[in-house]
Write a protein that binds this ligand. Sequence first.
Ligand code: ARG
Length: 497
Amino acid sequence: METPQKTLWGGRFSTSLSTETVTFTQSVEADARLIGYDIWGSQAHAIMLARQGIISDDELREILRWLQKAAEDFRNGKLTLDANKEDVHMNVESYLIENAGREFGGKLHTARSRNDQVLVDAHLYIREEILNVQRGLAALCDAFLKIAEEHTETVMPGYTHTQHAQPISLGFWATAYVSMFLRDNKRLQAAYALASTNPLGACALAGTTFPIDRHLTTKLLGFDSPHEHALDVISSRDFIAETLFALSLVMANLSRISEEIVYWTTYEFGMAVLDDAYSFGSSIMPQKKNPDIAELTRGRTGRVYGALFDLLTNLKGLPMGYNRDFQEDKPPLWEAFDIVKACLGVLPGLLATTDFRAERMAELANANFATATELANYLVTEHDISFRECHEIVGWLVGELVKQDKTFADWEATQGLLKQKDVDISVAQLQQVLDAELAIRNNRSLGGTSPDEVHRMREAFEEQLNEIALQVYTRQTQIDDARRETLRTVEEVLKQD
Ligand code: ARG
């Protein structure tokens, strides 16, 4: 780092900053990923200033020329962000002043503050990243829907308390994840809407005396509307909190599928086998095949929660207006997006290539009295006994069989024990009632395990995913169109040279 020079805001100060002060306060590393958005925001602002007669056409041209050059120089490495210049905003403005001179470059910051500028950058960044996460989630849902399509009749044990509960199908299980991730998507859509309001023109906190047009910058930046209240928007970081909360729940849900992958692939469970391309070995134990991707996803969840709590704690008790504390909102946000996108980058492929062991699943679903509820339900329907009494009878039956080290499949014993409770039932009938495959077929209630219901839900989810894809596309188009319109205006202005 070079020795600190006088800053652009240094008018009232008699000495330059100490090196420690510069090091402590600068944010150029975190800001680097905002430069494209910062320049876009500045282009829109400058165009608006000229349209409103606040700056001249000549001034606009010089500003736009050097903003273009700044973007280009950043891309080719000639412009690197200097910590002495504090943040991305001051770096770009200094570049402009150094190259276009103060009489031109010095006009860009008219009717603007870094307070609304940094918010513009964050809003633009979040908007695009949310769309990326939504695409990742859609890919994951597709992988689950594919599993569902192939496995509406593949029985597996359904669990409560991680103990056998009732049989379900693998397709039923897979569609449950889709149902869950569709809710994550809703939260992301809502977070997007919060980020799609335009802070530009709020200035430091109070608006401005200049006759600015906030609708024009809103259009040029592809926002849905101006964020009206200047003081509110300057003080707001709840749109980031909302985003981090949505991302935290995505991770919570990814950690749950990860957990299932971890134990389904154990020797003890043996319900799934990972493809070699998604597995890891051990440096000492030659036989190992480990589910590291699932473990790392589970393990990174805490870092995303950490990001949320970091921000929530940052916001607590902050007075209205801009507070420098806000600068700390960016690193956790970057981290959260990076982690979620990385997990969503790998999990769809992992799921699509996983070999689900239908035979083992069926074996487990038919063992360990997993169909006991079916027997109780059967007695209610066919023997006109109250459910509570049936529960008692079947519970007693299971207890007796366990004592004798037997299962339902010791049909004669099961039949004999039931007879002791005055329940007459043939072995053939018992075999039917206690068959896991028939059991899942008979749960025809809305949202139940029957293949028809799974099929119906799968189709409904597919439709919802199509709607989401359309919305993501529309929003992306709104962003791209706005960026293109800004660039077209920039080119037009530059042509008039
Ligand atoms: N680097 C600052 C941030 O990220 C930009 C805004 C600075 N504004 C100010 N008044 N110091 O929050």
